[in-house]
Ligand binder design. Structure first.
Ligand SMILES: Cc1ncc(COP(=O)(O)O)c(C=O)c1O
Length: 466
Protein backbone atom coordinates (compact mmCIF):
# COMPACT_ATOMS: atom_id res chain seq x y z
CA UNK A 1 0.00 0.00 0.00
CA UNK A 2 1.23 3.49 -0.80
CA UNK A 3 2.54 5.65 2.00
CA UNK A 4 0.01 8.43 1.35
CA UNK A 5 -2.87 6.03 2.04
CA UNK A 6 -1.30 4.64 5.20
CA UNK A 7 -3.56 6.51 7.62
CA UNK A 8 -5.50 3.26 8.03
CA UNK A 9 -4.38 -0.34 7.71
CA UNK A 10 -5.91 -2.47 5.00
CA UNK A 11 -7.97 -4.39 7.56
CA UNK A 12 -9.27 -1.17 9.07
CA UNK A 13 -10.20 0.23 5.66
CA UNK A 14 -12.17 -2.90 4.79
CA UNK A 15 -14.01 -2.88 8.10
CA UNK A 16 -14.87 0.81 7.70
CA UNK A 17 -16.01 0.16 4.16
CA UNK A 18 -18.40 -2.62 5.19
CA UNK A 19 -19.64 -0.42 8.02
CA UNK A 20 -20.35 2.63 5.88
CA UNK A 21 -20.80 1.95 2.15
CA UNK A 22 -23.65 0.61 0.09
CA UNK A 23 -21.76 -0.73 -2.94
CA UNK A 24 -23.16 -0.29 -6.44
CA UNK A 25 -23.83 -3.48 -8.44
CA UNK A 26 -22.47 -5.77 -5.73
CA UNK A 27 -23.71 -8.93 -4.08
CA UNK A 28 -24.16 -7.96 -0.45
CA UNK A 29 -23.70 -11.62 0.55
CA UNK A 30 -20.37 -12.05 -1.28
CA UNK A 31 -19.16 -8.65 -0.11
CA UNK A 32 -19.88 -9.48 3.52
CA UNK A 33 -18.14 -12.84 3.07
CA UNK A 34 -15.01 -11.73 1.22
CA UNK A 35 -14.90 -8.01 2.06
CA UNK A 36 -14.23 -5.28 -0.51
CA UNK A 37 -11.09 -5.13 -2.56
CA UNK A 38 -9.70 -1.68 -1.82
CA UNK A 39 -7.73 -0.41 -4.81
CA UNK A 40 -4.93 1.95 -3.87
CA UNK A 41 -2.99 2.49 -7.07
CA UNK A 42 -2.46 1.57 -10.69
CA UNK A 43 -0.06 1.96 -13.59
CA UNK A 44 -0.68 0.89 -17.17
CA UNK A 45 -2.79 -2.28 -17.15
CA UNK A 46 -1.96 -3.13 -13.53
CA UNK A 47 -3.72 -2.14 -10.31
CA UNK A 48 -2.69 -2.67 -6.72
CA UNK A 49 -4.90 -3.32 -3.70
CA UNK A 50 -4.54 -2.32 -0.06
CA UNK A 51 -2.90 -5.69 0.76
CA UNK A 52 -0.12 -4.97 -1.73
CA UNK A 53 -1.37 -7.46 -4.35
CA UNK A 54 -0.90 -6.51 -7.97
CA UNK A 55 -3.40 -7.50 -10.64
CA UNK A 56 -3.61 -7.28 -14.38
CA UNK A 57 -6.90 -5.48 -14.89
CA UNK A 58 -8.80 -7.23 -17.67
CA UNK A 59 -11.82 -5.27 -16.44
CA UNK A 60 -10.32 -1.76 -16.74
CA UNK A 61 -12.67 -0.15 -14.23
CA UNK A 62 -15.88 -1.51 -15.84
CA UNK A 63 -14.30 -1.06 -19.24
CA UNK A 64 -13.85 2.68 -18.80
CA UNK A 65 -10.10 3.02 -18.28
CA UNK A 66 -9.16 2.73 -21.93
CA UNK A 67 -5.83 4.59 -21.58
CA UNK A 68 -4.73 2.53 -18.57
CA UNK A 69 -4.09 3.61 -15.01
CA UNK A 70 -1.99 6.44 -13.63
CA UNK A 71 -1.85 8.67 -16.72
CA UNK A 72 -0.26 11.84 -15.50
CA UNK A 73 -1.15 13.80 -18.67
CA UNK A 74 -4.82 13.54 -17.76
CA UNK A 75 -4.13 14.86 -14.28
CA UNK A 76 -2.19 17.76 -15.75
CA UNK A 77 -5.07 18.92 -17.96
CA UNK A 78 -7.43 18.59 -15.00
CA UNK A 79 -5.14 20.78 -12.92
CA UNK A 80 -4.96 23.41 -15.67
CA UNK A 81 -8.75 23.41 -16.09
CA UNK A 82 -9.20 23.74 -12.33
CA UNK A 83 -6.67 26.55 -12.09
CA UNK A 84 -8.31 28.30 -15.01
CA UNK A 85 -11.87 28.22 -13.65
CA UNK A 86 -12.92 24.92 -12.14
CA UNK A 87 -16.59 25.00 -12.88
CA UNK A 88 -19.26 27.24 -14.28
CA UNK A 89 -22.56 25.92 -15.60
CA UNK A 90 -23.51 25.50 -19.23
CA UNK A 91 -27.25 25.66 -18.49
CA UNK A 92 -29.19 28.91 -18.97
CA UNK A 93 -27.41 29.94 -22.15
CA UNK A 94 -23.81 29.67 -20.91
CA UNK A 95 -20.91 27.80 -22.43
CA UNK A 96 -17.17 27.29 -22.09
CA UNK A 97 -14.43 26.99 -24.71
CA UNK A 98 -13.50 23.42 -23.80
CA UNK A 99 -16.97 21.94 -24.31
CA UNK A 100 -17.24 23.84 -27.62
CA UNK A 101 -13.95 22.36 -28.85
CA UNK A 102 -14.93 18.91 -27.63
CA UNK A 103 -18.27 19.08 -29.42
CA UNK A 104 -16.50 20.01 -32.67
CA UNK A 105 -14.00 17.19 -32.22
CA UNK A 106 -16.68 14.59 -31.49
CA UNK A 107 -18.84 15.61 -34.43
CA UNK A 108 -15.83 15.00 -36.68
CA UNK A 109 -15.86 11.35 -35.61
CA UNK A 110 -19.61 11.00 -36.12
CA UNK A 111 -21.52 10.19 -39.30
CA UNK A 112 -22.64 13.22 -41.37
CA UNK A 113 -26.27 13.06 -40.25
CA UNK A 114 -25.24 13.65 -36.61
CA UNK A 115 -24.94 17.38 -35.99
CA UNK A 116 -25.47 18.24 -32.31
CA UNK A 117 -24.22 16.96 -28.98
CA UNK A 118 -25.45 17.19 -25.40
CA UNK A 119 -23.06 16.50 -22.51
CA UNK A 120 -24.00 14.73 -19.28
CA UNK A 121 -22.04 12.81 -16.67
CA UNK A 122 -22.92 9.11 -16.89
CA UNK A 123 -24.00 6.59 -19.49
CA UNK A 124 -27.35 6.27 -17.72
CA UNK A 125 -27.90 10.03 -17.94
CA UNK A 126 -26.97 9.97 -21.62
CA UNK A 127 -29.50 7.23 -22.39
CA UNK A 128 -32.18 8.85 -20.23
CA UNK A 129 -31.53 12.12 -22.11
CA UNK A 130 -31.79 10.35 -25.48
CA UNK A 131 -35.25 9.06 -24.54
CA UNK A 132 -36.43 12.50 -23.41
CA UNK A 133 -35.14 14.06 -26.63
CA UNK A 134 -37.10 11.45 -28.59
CA UNK A 135 -40.24 12.39 -26.69
CA UNK A 136 -39.73 16.03 -27.50
CA UNK A 137 -39.09 15.13 -31.13
CA UNK A 138 -42.30 13.18 -31.45
CA UNK A 139 -44.35 15.74 -29.52
CA UNK A 140 -42.90 18.29 -31.91
CA UNK A 141 -44.29 16.28 -34.80
CA UNK A 142 -47.74 16.02 -33.23
CA UNK A 143 -47.21 12.36 -32.22
CA UNK A 144 -46.99 12.39 -28.41
CA UNK A 145 -48.07 8.74 -28.25
CA UNK A 146 -45.02 7.64 -30.30
CA UNK A 147 -42.89 7.00 -27.23
CA UNK A 148 -42.36 3.28 -26.67
CA UNK A 149 -38.82 1.93 -26.96
CA UNK A 150 -37.71 -1.47 -28.21
CA UNK A 151 -34.82 -3.06 -26.29
CA UNK A 152 -33.17 -6.45 -26.26
CA UNK A 153 -33.30 -9.00 -23.45
CA UNK A 154 -30.01 -8.97 -21.50
CA UNK A 155 -29.08 -5.52 -22.79
CA UNK A 156 -27.74 -2.95 -20.34
CA UNK A 157 -28.58 0.73 -20.65
CA UNK A 158 -28.19 2.08 -17.13
CA UNK A 159 -29.73 2.19 -13.70
CA UNK A 160 -31.77 5.39 -13.44
CA UNK A 161 -35.53 4.77 -13.41
CA UNK A 162 -36.13 4.74 -17.14
CA UNK A 163 -32.80 3.24 -18.17
CA UNK A 164 -33.45 0.42 -15.70
CA UNK A 165 -36.68 -0.19 -17.57
CA UNK A 166 -34.73 -0.16 -20.84
CA UNK A 167 -32.27 -2.67 -19.44
CA UNK A 168 -33.24 -6.23 -20.31
CA UNK A 169 -32.39 -7.78 -16.96
CA UNK A 170 -35.11 -8.57 -14.45
CA UNK A 171 -33.06 -7.69 -11.38
CA UNK A 172 -32.99 -4.07 -12.49
CA UNK A 173 -36.77 -3.86 -12.45
CA UNK A 174 -38.44 -6.31 -10.11
CA UNK A 175 -36.96 -5.25 -6.80
CA UNK A 176 -37.56 -1.58 -7.58
CA UNK A 177 -41.12 -1.93 -8.92
CA UNK A 178 -40.09 -0.28 -12.16
CA UNK A 179 -42.79 0.17 -14.75
CA UNK A 180 -41.96 -1.20 -18.22
CA UNK A 181 -45.16 -0.14 -19.92
CA UNK A 182 -43.27 1.89 -22.51
CA UNK A 183 -40.77 -0.87 -23.23
CA UNK A 184 -41.02 -3.51 -25.94
CA UNK A 185 -38.69 -6.48 -25.40
CA UNK A 186 -37.13 -8.47 -28.19
CA UNK A 187 -34.80 -11.47 -27.82
CA UNK A 188 -31.10 -11.04 -27.21
CA UNK A 189 -29.26 -11.68 -30.50
CA UNK A 190 -27.06 -14.31 -28.91
CA UNK A 191 -25.49 -16.67 -31.42
CA UNK A 192 -22.62 -18.56 -29.82
CA UNK A 193 -22.40 -21.26 -32.46
CA UNK A 194 -19.28 -21.29 -34.63
CA UNK A 195 -20.90 -23.20 -37.46
CA UNK A 196 -19.33 -22.90 -40.88
CA UNK A 197 -22.79 -23.17 -42.39
CA UNK A 198 -23.71 -19.51 -42.99
CA UNK A 199 -27.33 -20.43 -43.68
CA UNK A 200 -27.83 -21.36 -40.00
CA UNK A 201 -26.71 -17.91 -38.89
CA UNK A 202 -28.84 -16.28 -41.56
CA UNK A 203 -31.90 -18.30 -40.54
CA UNK A 204 -31.37 -17.21 -36.94
CA UNK A 205 -31.17 -13.55 -37.99
CA UNK A 206 -34.33 -13.92 -40.05
CA UNK A 207 -36.12 -15.40 -37.06
CA UNK A 208 -35.08 -12.43 -34.91
CA UNK A 209 -36.31 -10.04 -37.60
CA UNK A 210 -39.61 -11.90 -37.83
CA UNK A 211 -40.07 -11.52 -34.06
CA UNK A 212 -39.18 -7.83 -34.28
CA UNK A 213 -41.73 -7.29 -37.04
CA UNK A 214 -44.35 -9.15 -35.04
CA UNK A 215 -43.71 -7.00 -31.96
CA UNK A 216 -43.88 -3.77 -34.02
CA UNK A 217 -47.17 -4.82 -35.65
CA UNK A 218 -48.57 -5.89 -32.32
CA UNK A 219 -47.88 -2.55 -30.60
CA UNK A 220 -48.29 -0.35 -33.67
CA UNK A 221 -45.46 1.70 -35.18
CA UNK A 222 -47.32 4.91 -34.31
CA UNK A 223 -46.60 4.13 -30.67
CA UNK A 224 -42.90 3.29 -31.08
CA UNK A 225 -40.19 5.95 -31.03
CA UNK A 226 -36.99 3.95 -31.30
CA UNK A 227 -34.97 0.78 -30.96
CA UNK A 228 -32.11 1.18 -28.50
CA UNK A 229 -29.19 -1.26 -28.61
CA UNK A 230 -25.49 -1.79 -27.95
CA UNK A 231 -23.41 -2.83 -30.99
CA UNK A 232 -21.83 -5.55 -28.82
CA UNK A 233 -23.78 -6.35 -25.67
CA UNK A 234 -21.25 -5.90 -22.88
CA UNK A 235 -22.87 -6.66 -19.55
CA UNK A 236 -24.63 -9.66 -21.10
CA UNK A 237 -21.13 -11.17 -21.23
CA UNK A 238 -19.94 -9.95 -24.66
CA UNK A 239 -22.67 -10.93 -27.06
CA UNK A 240 -21.70 -10.16 -30.64
CA UNK A 241 -24.85 -10.15 -32.73
CA UNK A 242 -24.84 -12.47 -35.75
CA UNK A 243 -23.75 -11.16 -39.14
CA UNK A 244 -26.24 -8.91 -40.86
CA UNK A 245 -28.51 -8.63 -37.82
CA UNK A 246 -28.30 -4.88 -37.25
CA UNK A 247 -28.46 -4.10 -40.96
CA UNK A 248 -31.72 -6.01 -41.23
CA UNK A 249 -33.00 -4.45 -38.00
CA UNK A 250 -32.48 -0.97 -39.36
CA UNK A 251 -34.03 -1.77 -42.74
CA UNK A 252 -37.13 -2.95 -40.90
CA UNK A 253 -37.19 0.08 -38.60
CA UNK A 254 -37.03 2.40 -41.60
CA UNK A 255 -40.10 0.70 -43.06
CA UNK A 256 -41.96 1.65 -39.91
CA UNK A 257 -40.45 5.09 -39.27
CA UNK A 258 -38.75 3.97 -36.05
CA UNK A 259 -35.39 5.51 -35.11
CA UNK A 260 -32.22 3.74 -33.95
CA UNK A 261 -30.41 4.78 -30.76
CA UNK A 262 -26.94 3.31 -30.59
CA UNK A 263 -25.67 2.85 -27.04
CA UNK A 264 -21.90 3.17 -27.43
CA UNK A 265 -21.31 3.71 -23.71
CA UNK A 266 -19.02 0.67 -23.51
CA UNK A 267 -18.15 0.07 -27.18
CA UNK A 268 -17.32 3.67 -28.09
CA UNK A 269 -13.87 5.24 -28.48
CA UNK A 270 -11.97 2.27 -29.78
CA UNK A 271 -12.90 -0.67 -27.62
CA UNK A 272 -14.18 -2.84 -30.47
CA UNK A 273 -11.17 -2.14 -32.71
CA UNK A 274 -13.02 0.67 -34.49
CA UNK A 275 -13.76 4.13 -33.14
CA UNK A 276 -17.42 3.16 -32.61
CA UNK A 277 -18.97 -0.28 -32.43
CA UNK A 278 -21.67 0.49 -35.01
CA UNK A 279 -18.91 0.91 -37.63
CA UNK A 280 -18.68 -2.89 -37.84
CA UNK A 281 -22.14 -2.76 -39.45
CA UNK A 282 -24.01 -0.63 -41.99
CA UNK A 283 -26.01 1.02 -39.19
CA UNK A 284 -26.86 4.71 -39.48
CA UNK A 285 -27.82 5.67 -35.94
CA UNK A 286 -30.14 8.60 -35.32
CA UNK A 287 -28.73 9.06 -31.82
CA UNK A 288 -25.38 7.89 -30.44
CA UNK A 289 -24.80 7.83 -26.69
CA UNK A 290 -21.32 7.41 -25.24
CA UNK A 291 -19.39 7.75 -21.98
CA UNK A 292 -16.65 5.62 -20.31
CA UNK A 293 -13.82 5.76 -22.90
CA UNK A 294 -14.62 9.40 -23.67
CA UNK A 295 -12.47 10.37 -20.67
CA UNK A 296 -10.85 6.98 -20.08
CA UNK A 297 -13.01 6.96 -16.94
CA UNK A 298 -10.88 9.69 -15.34
CA UNK A 299 -13.82 12.13 -15.18
CA UNK A 300 -17.55 11.36 -15.32
CA UNK A 301 -18.60 12.63 -18.74
CA UNK A 302 -21.08 11.34 -21.29
CA UNK A 303 -22.38 12.49 -24.62
CA UNK A 304 -25.67 12.27 -26.54
CA UNK A 305 -25.18 12.96 -30.24
CA UNK A 306 -28.35 13.59 -32.26
CA UNK A 307 -29.20 13.73 -35.94
CA UNK A 308 -29.95 16.85 -37.93
CA UNK A 309 -33.52 15.56 -38.48
CA UNK A 310 -34.13 15.44 -34.76
CA UNK A 311 -32.44 18.78 -34.24
CA UNK A 312 -34.52 20.32 -37.02
CA UNK A 313 -37.76 19.36 -35.31
CA UNK A 314 -36.52 20.55 -31.92
CA UNK A 315 -35.34 23.88 -33.25
CA UNK A 316 -38.37 24.56 -35.46
CA UNK A 317 -40.66 23.75 -32.57
CA UNK A 318 -38.76 25.70 -29.95
CA UNK A 319 -41.48 28.30 -29.55
CA UNK A 320 -43.96 25.63 -28.49
CA UNK A 321 -41.60 24.05 -25.99
CA UNK A 322 -40.15 27.23 -24.63
CA UNK A 323 -37.14 26.21 -22.58
CA UNK A 324 -35.49 22.82 -23.20
CA UNK A 325 -36.31 21.71 -19.68
CA UNK A 326 -33.70 19.04 -19.28
CA UNK A 327 -30.15 19.15 -17.98
CA UNK A 328 -27.85 18.60 -15.03
CA UNK A 329 -25.69 21.02 -13.06
CA UNK A 330 -22.49 19.46 -14.39
CA UNK A 331 -23.44 19.34 -18.12
CA UNK A 332 -20.48 20.28 -20.30
CA UNK A 333 -18.15 20.39 -17.30
CA UNK A 334 -14.99 22.23 -18.38
CA UNK A 335 -12.67 19.92 -16.43
CA UNK A 336 -14.32 16.83 -17.93
CA UNK A 337 -14.24 18.32 -21.42
CA UNK A 338 -10.50 19.03 -21.04
CA UNK A 339 -9.90 15.43 -19.98
CA UNK A 340 -11.93 14.17 -22.94
CA UNK A 341 -9.96 16.29 -25.42
CA UNK A 342 -6.69 14.95 -24.01
CA UNK A 343 -8.02 11.39 -23.99
CA UNK A 344 -8.94 11.60 -27.67
CA UNK A 345 -5.56 13.13 -28.48
CA UNK A 346 -3.76 10.23 -26.75
CA UNK A 347 -6.06 7.68 -28.41
CA UNK A 348 -4.97 9.03 -31.79
CA UNK A 349 -1.28 9.60 -31.00
CA UNK A 350 -0.80 6.12 -29.57
CA UNK A 351 -2.88 4.48 -32.29
CA UNK A 352 -4.96 2.73 -29.67
CA UNK A 353 -7.98 1.87 -31.79
CA UNK A 354 -5.73 -0.23 -34.01
CA UNK A 355 -3.99 -1.64 -30.96
CA UNK A 356 -7.38 -2.75 -29.62
CA UNK A 357 -8.02 -4.60 -32.87
CA UNK A 358 -4.61 -6.30 -32.92
CA UNK A 359 -4.47 -7.22 -29.24
CA UNK A 360 -8.09 -8.35 -29.40
CA UNK A 361 -7.21 -10.80 -32.16
CA UNK A 362 -4.20 -12.01 -30.19
CA UNK A 363 -6.29 -12.48 -27.05
CA UNK A 364 -9.03 -14.36 -28.83
CA UNK A 365 -6.63 -16.63 -30.71
CA UNK A 366 -4.59 -17.35 -27.58
CA UNK A 367 -7.63 -18.18 -25.46
CA UNK A 368 -9.04 -20.46 -28.14
CA UNK A 369 -5.72 -22.29 -28.52
CA UNK A 370 -5.52 -22.91 -24.78
CA UNK A 371 -9.14 -23.60 -23.92
CA UNK A 372 -11.08 -24.79 -26.95
CA UNK A 373 -10.73 -28.44 -25.94
CA UNK A 374 -11.64 -27.88 -22.31
CA UNK A 375 -15.02 -29.57 -21.68
CA UNK A 376 -15.99 -26.91 -19.14
CA UNK A 377 -15.43 -24.08 -21.60
CA UNK A 378 -18.00 -23.24 -24.25
CA UNK A 379 -18.06 -20.32 -26.65
CA UNK A 380 -15.04 -17.99 -26.81
CA UNK A 381 -15.85 -14.86 -28.79
CA UNK A 382 -14.70 -11.28 -29.11
CA UNK A 383 -14.59 -8.05 -31.02
CA UNK A 384 -11.54 -5.89 -30.39
CA UNK A 385 -10.84 -5.79 -26.68
CA UNK A 386 -14.22 -7.17 -25.67
CA UNK A 387 -13.90 -10.89 -25.10
CA UNK A 388 -16.31 -13.36 -23.48
CA UNK A 389 -15.70 -16.96 -22.41
CA UNK A 390 -18.61 -19.24 -21.62
CA UNK A 391 -18.20 -21.54 -18.61
CA UNK A 392 -20.51 -24.53 -18.79
CA UNK A 393 -22.69 -24.62 -15.72
CA UNK A 394 -25.96 -26.43 -15.14
CA UNK A 395 -29.33 -24.89 -14.25
CA UNK A 396 -29.01 -25.58 -10.52
CA UNK A 397 -25.67 -23.79 -10.44
CA UNK A 398 -27.23 -20.76 -12.06
CA UNK A 399 -29.80 -20.66 -9.25
CA UNK A 400 -27.02 -21.09 -6.69
CA UNK A 401 -24.91 -18.28 -8.15
CA UNK A 402 -24.37 -16.58 -4.80
CA UNK A 403 -23.36 -19.85 -3.18
CA UNK A 404 -19.68 -19.66 -4.00
CA UNK A 405 -18.92 -23.31 -3.17
CA UNK A 406 -21.53 -24.58 -5.59
CA UNK A 407 -20.82 -22.42 -8.57
CA UNK A 408 -18.00 -22.94 -11.06
CA UNK A 409 -18.62 -19.62 -12.78
CA UNK A 410 -18.15 -17.53 -9.64
CA UNK A 411 -15.19 -19.72 -8.67
CA UNK A 412 -13.40 -18.94 -11.94
CA UNK A 413 -13.54 -15.22 -11.13
CA UNK A 414 -12.04 -15.87 -7.69
CA UNK A 415 -9.39 -18.23 -9.04
CA UNK A 416 -8.38 -15.62 -11.63
CA UNK A 417 -8.02 -13.13 -8.80
CA UNK A 418 -5.67 -15.56 -7.05
CA UNK A 419 -3.75 -15.86 -10.33
CA UNK A 420 -3.36 -12.06 -10.42
CA UNK A 421 -6.07 -11.25 -12.94
CA UNK A 422 -9.26 -9.22 -12.67
CA UNK A 423 -12.03 -10.50 -14.93
CA UNK A 424 -15.78 -10.05 -14.69
CA UNK A 425 -18.63 -12.51 -14.76
CA UNK A 426 -22.00 -12.33 -16.49
CA UNK A 427 -24.57 -14.79 -15.18
CA UNK A 428 -26.87 -14.17 -18.12
CA UNK A 429 -24.56 -15.92 -20.56
CA UNK A 430 -22.60 -17.92 -17.94
CA UNK A 431 -19.50 -16.11 -19.06
CA UNK A 432 -16.34 -14.48 -17.86
CA UNK A 433 -15.64 -11.35 -19.80
CA UNK A 434 -12.66 -9.10 -20.42
CA UNK A 435 -12.44 -5.44 -21.40
CA UNK A 436 -8.80 -4.51 -20.64
CA UNK A 437 -7.23 -1.09 -21.27
CA UNK A 438 -6.63 -0.41 -24.98
CA UNK A 439 -2.98 0.26 -24.14
CA UNK A 440 -2.28 -3.41 -23.41
CA UNK A 441 0.94 -4.62 -25.04
CA UNK A 442 1.57 -7.92 -26.78
CA UNK A 443 3.54 -9.28 -23.80
CA UNK A 444 0.81 -8.18 -21.38
CA UNK A 445 -1.78 -9.89 -23.57
CA UNK A 446 0.21 -13.14 -23.28
CA UNK A 447 0.35 -12.64 -19.51
CA UNK A 448 -3.42 -12.08 -19.44
CA UNK A 449 -3.99 -15.31 -21.36
CA UNK A 450 -1.69 -17.37 -19.12
CA UNK A 451 -3.23 -15.98 -15.93
CA UNK A 452 -6.75 -16.62 -17.19
CA UNK A 453 -5.94 -20.18 -18.23
CA UNK A 454 -4.32 -20.80 -14.85
CA UNK A 455 -7.37 -19.36 -13.06
CA UNK A 456 -9.91 -21.39 -15.01
CA UNK A 457 -7.92 -24.62 -14.78
CA UNK A 458 -7.45 -24.19 -11.03
CA UNK A 459 -11.16 -23.51 -10.54
CA UNK A 460 -12.06 -26.60 -12.54
CA UNK A 461 -9.57 -28.76 -10.66
CA UNK A 462 -10.91 -27.66 -7.29
CA UNK A 463 -14.48 -28.03 -8.33
CA UNK A 464 -16.27 -31.05 -7.06
CA UNK A 465 -18.75 -31.62 -9.83
CA UNK A 466 -19.99 -35.07 -8.81
C1 LIG B 1 -23.82 -0.21 -22.77
C2 LIG B 1 -23.98 0.58 -21.52
N1 LIG B 1 -24.91 1.54 -21.46
C3 LIG B 1 -25.08 2.30 -20.38
C4 LIG B 1 -24.33 2.10 -19.25
C5 LIG B 1 -24.55 2.94 -18.04
O1 LIG B 1 -23.49 3.81 -17.85
P1 LIG B 1 -23.21 4.45 -16.40
O2 LIG B 1 -22.82 3.33 -15.50
O3 LIG B 1 -22.12 5.43 -16.64
O4 LIG B 1 -24.48 5.11 -15.97
C6 LIG B 1 -23.34 1.11 -19.26
C7 LIG B 1 -22.52 0.86 -18.07
O5 LIG B 1 -21.86 -0.14 -17.94
C8 LIG B 1 -23.16 0.33 -20.42
O6 LIG B 1 -22.24 -0.65 -20.48
Amino acid sequence: MRASSMVYTSTQLKALDIESILHPMSSIGLLNHFGPQVMTGGKGVFVEDSDGNQFLSADAGLGATTLGFGRQELGEVMLEACKNMGFYQTSVDSSNPTQILLAQKLLNYMPDNITKVFFASSGSEANETAIKILRLYNVGQGKPQKKQIITQDFSYHGSTMFTSALTGMEGFQNDFVIDRQDIISVPCPVFFSETSDASIEEAFVNKLIEILRYRIEEVGADNIAAFMAEPVLGCAGIVIPPKGYYDKVQALLKEYDILFVCDEVLCGYGRTGKMFGYQHTQLQPDIITSAKGLTSGYFPLSCVAISQDIWQVLSVQHNNFGVFSHGFTSCGHPVGAAVALKTLEILEEENLVENARLRGEQLLTGLKEELNDNPYVGSIRGQGLMVGIEIKVDQQEIKDFNDFEKNLLSQTERACLDAGLLVRTARLSNSNFMVPPLTISSAETELLISRYVKGVETAIKNYDRI
